[in-house]
Design a binder for this molecule. Structure first.
Ligand code: DUC
Ligand code: ZN
Ligand code: ZN
Ligand code: ZN
Length: 459
C-alpha cells in the first residue's frame, strides 16, 4: 500500500515547508516538491498542517489504583488517543511489592497485547528494589523497557524511600537506563491529609491544600540532588509548579540536566476548580492543579527548554468511582481523562494563542519524547525511513470538547464546553490510515509493542 500526501505544510521540530510526502508500506519513503510517483491513494492536504504522530509518554490504562481500575483499557485508551492525534503512548507498569518486575511486565503485557489500537511502550515503576529485583533492571532494558519510574509519594503500596531511590539510581546508571519520578514529599502529604481529615475537612479542596507547592518543590530538589550524586539520567514526570521548575533550572547551573515533563491540564486548568464542592473531584489528581502564576511559569519553562515534554497523566475514572471519596477526599481515585485532547488543546492554547511556536509544539507533543525515551527516529519525526505516523491537522477548524462526543471511556470531560481551534482530521499509524473524518479505520490489535532503545536520555 502506498499513499501520496500532496501539498501539505510539513512541520517538524526544526523545519516548516510545503511539500509532498510519500508513504510506502509502513514508512515514509520520500519528501519533496511535486513528487512524481504512482500511489494507491492520493490525498490533497492543501491548507492542512502535517505533523509527526503525537507521543504521550505518561498514561495509565487499566491501572489498578486506590481500590479500583482506571477506566480506559488498551483498546478504548489508544483508540481515543488516535482520534486526538496521539499515535504512541507509554504506559506505566506497577511492580507489586514483594513480587518481581518480570511478573508485573507479564501482567501488563497480557492486558495490552492484542488489545491496543495504537502503538505503545512501558515504563517500569519500581516499588521494591532489593537484591532479588536488582538483576531485573538489566533484563527489563533487554526487553526494551529503558526507563524506571519511582513514586516519592503514595506510602504503603508505591512509595520508595531515599535509601531505595539511591540504590536504584546506582543500578540503573550502571545498566544505562533512566530514572523518572513522581516528585512529591509523601510523608509531608500524609501528615497534611491526616490533619485535614481530623479537622473534618473532607471536601476535594483539601486534596489540593494537602499537597502545597513546597511538597513538590522539595521532592524535585531531593530527586535532582540524588540523581546528580549517582550520575543517572533523570526525568521528572508531571511537573506542575514554579517551585519545582526553579530546582530544575538550578540543576542546570551545576551543569546537570534534569529533564522534565508537564501535562496539558497544568497548563490550562487551575486550582479554582476545587472550590466547586464535590464537583471538584473531577480534577482530583496528584499533583493537584495549581495557580495561574504556575501556568505562566510552565509556558515559560517550555520555551526556555526546561520542560521538554507535554504529556497527560491520563488516568480516567467514572463519576461513580470518584464518589468513593464523597465523604473523604483521600479516597477519591486520583486522575482525570485527557489522552484524546492533548494535541488539540496544546495547539489551541499554545500555538493559536501565541504562547509557543509551531516548531516548539511539535517538539513537546512528539519529538522530544521520542528522543528522551529511545524511539527516535523511528517515531517523533517526519523523515525518510521513519514510521509513517502522521497527522493531517486543520489549524483553523473549531470544535467544542464534550463527554457527549469524546471517545474516552469516561462519563465526564475535564474540559466540558471548551472551544478549541485546530482539529485532527486524518491520522496514519505505520502507513495505515487509522482515522479519517472522525471515523476509526483500525482494529483492536493493530497497535504494536515498541521495544525502546537504550536511553542516553539527555537532550
Ligand atoms: N497521579 C494521578 O493523578 N493519577 C495516577 C497516578 C498519579 O500519580
Ligand atoms: Zn477533538
Ligand atoms: Zn504521578
Ligand atoms: Zn501518572
Amino acid at each position: 500500500m502506498s499513499t501520496l500526501i500532496k501539498n501539505g505544510r510539513i512541520v517538524t521540530a526544526d523545519s516548516d515547508f510545503t511539500a509532498d510526502l510519500f508513504i510506502e508500506g509502513e514508512t515514509i519513503s520520500q519528501i519533496g516538491k511535486n513528487l512524481n510517483v504512482t500511489a494507491d491513494e492520493v490525498i490533497d492536504a492543501t491548507g492542512l498542517m502535517v505533523f509527526p504522530g503525537g507521543i504521550d509518554p505518561h498514561v495509565h490504562l487499566s491501572m489498578p489504583f486506590m481500590g479500583t481500575f482506571s477506566s480506559d483499557d488498551y483498546t478504548t485508551g489508544t483508540r481515543a488517543a488516535l482520534f486526538g492525534g496521539t499515535t504512541t503512548v507509554i504506559d506505566f507498569i506497577l511492580q507489586t511489592q514483594g513480587k518481581s518486575l518480570r511478573h508485573a511486565f507479564e501482567e501488563w503485557s497480557g492486558r495490552a497485547n492484542g488489545n491496543a489500537v495504537g502503538d505503545y511502550s512501558f515504563h517500569m515503576a519500581v516499588t521494591d528494589f532489593n537484591e532479588t529485583t536488582k538483576p531485573e533492571i538489566k533484563e527489563m532494558i533487554e526487553e526494551g523497557i529503558t526507563s524506571f519510574k519511582t513514586f516519592m509519594a503514595y506510602k504503603g503500596a508505591l512509595m520508595v524511600d531515599d535509601r531505595m531511590m539511591v540504590a536504584l539510581m546506582e543500578e540503573v546508571k550502571k545498566q544505562g537506563g533512566m530514572v523518572t519520578t513522581h516528585a512529591t514529599n509523601g510523608d509531608m502529604i500524609d501528615y497534611l491529609v491526616a490533619k485535614n481529615l481530623k479537622a473534618g475537612n473532607t471536601a476535594p479542596l483539601y486534596h489540593y491544600l494537602s499537597q502545597p507547592e513546597v511538597t513538590e518543590a522539595e521532592a524535585s530538589n531531593r530527586f535532582a540532588d540524588m540523581a546528580n550524586y549517582t550520575g543517572v539520567p533523570a526525568y521528572i514526570v508531571h511537573l506542575t509548579c514554579e517551585g519545582a521548575l526553579n530546582h530544575v533550572r538550578d540543576a542546570g547551573k551545576r551543569n546537570q540536566k534534569v529533564m522534565a515533563e508537564t501535562c496539558i491540564q497544568y497548563l490550562t486548568l487551575d486550582a479554582s476548580l476545587y472550590e466547586k464542592n464535590f464537583e471538584g473531584a473531577k480534577w482530583v489528581m496528584s499533583p493537584p492543579l495549581r495557580e495561574k502564576k504556575d501556568q505562566a511559569a510552565l509556558w515559560a519553562g517550555i520555551n526556555a527548554g526546561l520542560l521538554q515534554v507535554v504529556a497527560t497523566d491520563h488516568c480516567p475514572f467514572f463519576w461513580e468511582q470518584k464518589k468513593m471519596g464523597e465523604h473523604d477526599f483521600s479516597k477519591i481515585p486520583n486522575g482525570a481523562p485527557g489522552i484524546e485532547h492533548r494535541v488539540e488543546l496544546l495547539f489551541s492554547e499554545g500555538v493559536t494563542k501565541g504562547r509557543i511556536s509551531l516548531n516548539k509544539f511539535v517538539e513537546v507533543m512528539s519529538t522530544n519524547a521520542a528522543k528522551i525515551f529511545g524511539m527516535f527516529p523511528q517515531k517523533g519525526c517526519l523523515a525518510i525511513g521513519s514510521d509513517a505516523d502522521i497527522l493531517l491537522f486543520d489549524p483553523n477548524e473549531k470544535h467544542t470538547i464534550s463527554a457527549q462526543t469524546h471517545h474516552m471511556n469516561c462519563d465526564y470531560s475535564a474540559y466540558e464546553g471548551w472551544e478549541v481551534t485546530g482539529k485532527t482530521k486524518t491520522v496514519f499509524l505505520r502507513g495505515k490510515k487509522v482515522i479519517a473524518e472522525n471515523e476509526l479505520l483500525a482494529e483492536k490489535g493493530y497497535g504494536k509493542f515498541l521495544k525502546r532503545n537504550q536511553v542516553n536520555g539527555v537532550i
